[in-house]
Design a protein around this ligand. Structure first.
Ligand SMILES: Nc1ncnc2c1ncn2[C@@H]1O[C@H](COP(=O)(O)OP(=O)(O)OP(=O)(O)O)[C@@H](O)[C@H]1O
Length: 464
C-alpha cells in the first residue's frame, strides 16, 4: 500500500516534518510571481466552486464529474485514463476544495494521479513557482512521479525538478535557481539544498505531498492509519481521510503463491521457474545488495537477461538498469527493497520473493509491482526451512492462506550441476567486482577461464 498526504494551502512556515527541520527556517528570498504564460493563459478555465465532497463512486463516472478542468481531462484522456480510479474519486474533489487529505489505497490504484490532478489544477488557478514539494523515499520513485506530472501537465508548460542524492549538487542548484513549479525530492538531498543552496526557499509552497509517508518518516506503525493520524497532529489541518482500502490488502487480480524449498536449492528453483515462465517479465526481490548482484550474475551466466538494481550501485547505473528493464531490453530485474515501493512498470508479469521480506508490510509493496491498474499478475514467494514464521506472519497480515506453486522436484534437481557451475562463476565475478578490479580485466579474466560457450553469454553485460 501507499499513502499520500497532501497538505494544501499551508504557508511555508507551517510546514514541519518529523524527519527534518522546519522547512521554512532557511528562507533567504521570497518566490517571485510566475511569469509562465501557458499556465496563466489557461487559469481562467478553472472553477472548482461547484464541488462538494462525499460524491460517491456510483454517481461519478468521469474526471469532469470530479471537478477536473477540461485541459487536465484531456491530458488524462491522452494517457488512456478513461475514468477515475476509486482513490481518485475519493481524493480529487476533496483536495480541489483545498482540504488536507490522507489517502490510503491498494498498490497500483492511481494514487499519484489522485494528488497530481488537484495540484496541477491549483497551479492553473494561481500559477506560481515553487508551488509544490513532493517527498518520496526513493530516487527512482521521484523520477517516476516527475514523469507522471510532466505527462499530465505537458500542455500547460509545467516545470518539475527532481532533487535526489547521487547526483551533482551544483547542477541541481542551477535547476532550483530557475524556480520550477514542482520539486520532487528525497529527504536527505532536500535538506542539503535547504542548508547550502543560496536563494532556495520553500516559503511560498502551496502543497506538500508525502508519498509513502510511513517510509519517509521511517516509522513502523501497526496500521498506516495510525501513522498518518500521528503525522496529522503535527502538521495537517483537519485532514480528510480518503481510504479505499481499510487494511493491508493485495489486489484481486494478483495470483499469489508460495513454494516451500530447501534453502540450498533456491537458485535451482529460481532457474526452473524462470525457464517455465519464459517470455514473462519478472522482478525478483533479494534481501541484500550482494544477493541481488550475485543472482543477476548467475542468471546472466545461464543466458537469462537479468539486471540488478540496488543501493550499492551509482545513481546512473540504477537509472540505467531501470530503463533497460522498462524498455524490455532486460526481462528480469534483481532488486532489493529499493524497488519495492511505488515503482510503476506496467508490464511486470511476475514478482518472485527470492528472499522472503523480513517486514511483512514489504511483502505487500513488493507484490504490488505486478497486477497494477486493473491488470493481472502473479507472485511466488520462496519459503525455506528458516522462513516459516515470517511466512505465517505475511499470511496473517494479508488475511489469507496462499496456495503452493506447483513444481516438479525431479526436473529441478536435473539443473543442479548446471546451476552450481554458474554459481561458481557468479561468486568469482562478484569477488573481482567487489575488489574494484577494472571491468575490462574482469571480462578478459572470464574469457580466459571460459569453460563453455553458454557460460559466457552476455559477457559485455558484466559492465553495469
Ligand atoms: N484513472 C486511471 N485509469 C487508468 N490508469 C490509471 C488511472 N490513474 C492512474 N493510472 C495508471 O495506473 C498505474 C498505477 O498508478 P500509480 O503508480 O499512481 O499507483 P499507486 O497507487 O501509487 O501504486 P503504489 O502503491 O504501488 O505506489 C500507472 O501506470 C498510472 O498511469
Amino acid at each position: 500500500m501507499l499513502e499520500l498526504v497532501t497538505a494544501s494551502a499551508h504557508s511555508g512556515a507551517q510546514l514541519k516534518t518529523r524527519w527534518g527541520e522546519n522547512m521554512a527556517d532557511d528562507v533567504v528570498e521570497s518566490v517571485k510571481p510566475n511569469t509562465d504564460e501557458t499556465l496563466e493563459g489557461l487559469s481562467s478555465d478553472c472553477d472548482n466552486s461547484h464541488l462538494s465532497s462525499g460524491e460517491n463512486e456510483e454517481a461519478v463516472k468521469t474526471f469532469k464529474d470530479l471537478g477536473v478542468t477540461e485541459v487536465l481531462c484531456e491530458a488524462c484522456d491522452q494517457l488512456g485514463w478513461k475514468s477515475p480510479t476509486k482513490i481518485q474519486i475519493e481524493a480529487v474533489p476533496v483536495a480541489l476544495q483545498g482540504r488536507d487529505v490522507i489517502g490510503l489505497a491498494e498498490t497500483g490504484s492511481g494514487k499519484t494521479g489522485a494528488f497530481a490532478l488537484p495540484i496541477l489544477q491549483s497551479l492553473l488557478a494561481s500559477p506560481q513557482r515553487l508551488h509544490t514539494l513532493i517527498l518520496t523515499p526513493t530516487r527512482e520513485l521521484a523520477f517516476q512521479i516527475s514523469e507522471q506530472f510532466e505527462a499530465l501537465g505537458s500542455s500547460i508548460g509545467i516545470k518539475c525538478a527532481v532533487i535526489v542524492g547521487g547526483i551533482d549538487m551544483m547542477s541541481q542548484s542551477l535547476v532550483l535557481a530557475k524556480k520550477p513549479h514542482i520539486v520532487i525530492a528525497t529527504p536527505g538531498r532536500l535538506i542539503d539544498h535547504m542548508e547550502n543552496t543560496k536563494g532556495f526557499s520553500l516559503r511560498a509552497l502551496k502543497f506538500l505531498v508525502m508519498d509513502e509517508a510511513d517510509r519517509i518518516l521511517n516509522m513502523d506503525f501497526e496500521t498506516e492509519f495510525t501513522l498518518l493520524f500521528c503525522f496529522s497532529l503535527a502538521a495537517l489541518k483537519d485532514p480528510v481521510m480518503c481510504a479505499v482500502s481499510t487494511k493491508y490488502s493485495t489486489v484481486d487480480k494478483l495470483q499469489q503463491y508460495y513454494v516451500f524449498i530447501p534453502s540450498k536449492y533456491k537458485d535451482c528453483y529460481l532457474v526452473s521457474i524462470l525457464n517455465e515462465l519464459a517470455g514473462n517479465s519478472f522482478i525478483i526481490f533479494c534481501s541484500t545488495c550482494n544477493n541481488a548482484q550475485r543472482v543477476a550474475l548467475l542468471l546472466r551466466n545461464l543466458g537469462i537477461t537479468a539486471i540488478p538494481l540496488h543501493g550499492q550501485m551509482s545513481q546512473n547505473k540504477r537509472l540505467g538498469s531501470l530503463n533497460k528493464f522498462k524498455s524490455k531490453s532486460r526481462s528480469v530485474l534483481l532488486a532489493t527493497d529499493v524497488a519495492s515501493r511505488g515503482l510503476d512498470i506496467p508490464h511486470v508479469d511476475c514478482v518472485i520473493n527470492y528472499d522472503i521480506p523480513t517486514h511483512s508490510k514489504d511483502y505487500i509493496h513488493r507484490v504490488g509491482r505486478t497486477a497494477r491498474a486493473g491488470r493481472s499478475g502473479k507472485s511466488i514467494t520462496f519459503v525455506t526451512q528458516y522462513d516459516v514464521e515470517l511466512f505465517q506472519r505475511i499470511e496473517s497480515l494479508i488475511g489469507k492462506k496462499l496456495p503452493a506453486y506447483p513444481t516438479q522436484e525431479d526436473e529441478v534437481m536435473m539443473l543442479v550441476e548446471r546451476v552450481s557451475e554458474a554459481q561458481r562463476f557468479a561468486r568469482l565475478v562478484s569477488h573481482h567486482m567487489t575488489s574494484h578490479m577494472d571491468n575490462r580485466v574482469v571480462c578478459l579474466w572470464l574469457r580466459s577461464h571460459r569453460k563453455s560457450k553458454s557460460l559466457m553469454f552476455g559477457c559485455s553485460h558484466y559492465l553495469f
